[in-house]
Design a protein around this ligand. Structure first.
Ligand code: F6R
Length: 249
């Protein structure tokens, strides 16, 4: 696991965007796994600028998003569908047919989840997965559990996640308590993984991910076993890490 520490959120966003831009330029038909949430917003802004200046093109890129709330209409301002379209997809030259997002409003989640897995596999698997991390070290919406989840499916959100996500909703009652998420096994199969984290509230999760035992109660800790993971974190998120364990970029 390689760790880059950036002085602040802005620098973290630029470093992450440069990494994605390199992937896109090296393999213009890359299959990207994408994340939502506050953390990657700055990175998406940078990618939009790079696309506007023709440094990169999404023309042949295919995307698979990590997750979506269950039973939240996709037009809702808090759906991840809306988030991805307003932060990235509507601002770059991506072919709309190449966008894949889990459907949180399907009737049969079991067969739909299998289809989502198959769609990733039939495209040759993910080249690069972008991750944020929950305060409880969840990745995707795979919450701390007795085991590491394998495949895409419906997950119950924990109180800590519902509390954290309530900042976007008018009231906590409106926050969905379930999501459909890629499994940890799905994420792990990606060729490369980049995980972003910013702010003090992520410091403990990052420290447990890097230094703790591999434990499903710290879902991101499984990344210690992956062959190609880059953590790009700001100084606050890195504040509990040993200074010899990272590079300052
Ligand atoms: C989002 C996702 C989540 C978030 C995590 C952090 O697609 O899968 O794991 O990355 O909840 O969210 P923020 O960035 O809002 O702190």
């Amino acid at each position: 696991m390689k760790i880059y520490v950036c002085k602040d959120y802005e620098r973290m966003s630029k470093v992450a965007a440069n990494y994605l831009a390199a992937q896109i330029n090296i393999k213009p038909d890359s299959i990207l796994g994408l994340a939502t949430g506050s953390t990657p917003v700055g990175m998406y802004e940078e990618l939009v600028k790079k696309c506007e200046s023709r440094e990169i093109s999404f023309k042949n890129i295919k995307t698979f998003n990590l997750d979506e709330y269950v039973n939240l209409p996709k037009e809702n301002i808090n759906s991840y569908y809306t988030f991805m379209h307003s932060n990235l997809f509507d601002k770059v030259d991506i072919n709309q047919n190449n966008i894949n997002m889990p459907n949180g409003n399907t009737k049969d989640f079991d067969s739909y989840s299998k289809e989502y897995e198959e769609a990733i596999a039939s495209n040759g698997g993910l080249d690069l997965q972008v991750l944020g991390i929950g305060n409880n070290a969840h990745i995707g919406f795979n919450e701390p559990n007795e085991y590491f989840s394998k495949e895409t499916g419906v997950v119950d959100l924990t109180k800590s996640t519902i509390d954290a996500n309530s900042r976007f909703f008018d009231s906590i009652e409106e926050v969905p308590n379930q999501a459909i998420s890629m499994g940890i096994g799905t994420i792990f199969k990606s060729e490369k993984i980049i995980l972003l984290a910013s702010g003090k509230t992520k410091a403990e999760a990052i420290n447990n991910t890097v230094n703790g035992p591999i434990d499903p109660h710290v879902p991101a800790s499984i990344l210690q076993l992956h062959k190609n993971v880059l953590l790009v974190v700001d100084e606050e998120a890195a504040s509990l890490l040993d200074k010899n364990s990272y590079e300052i970029v």
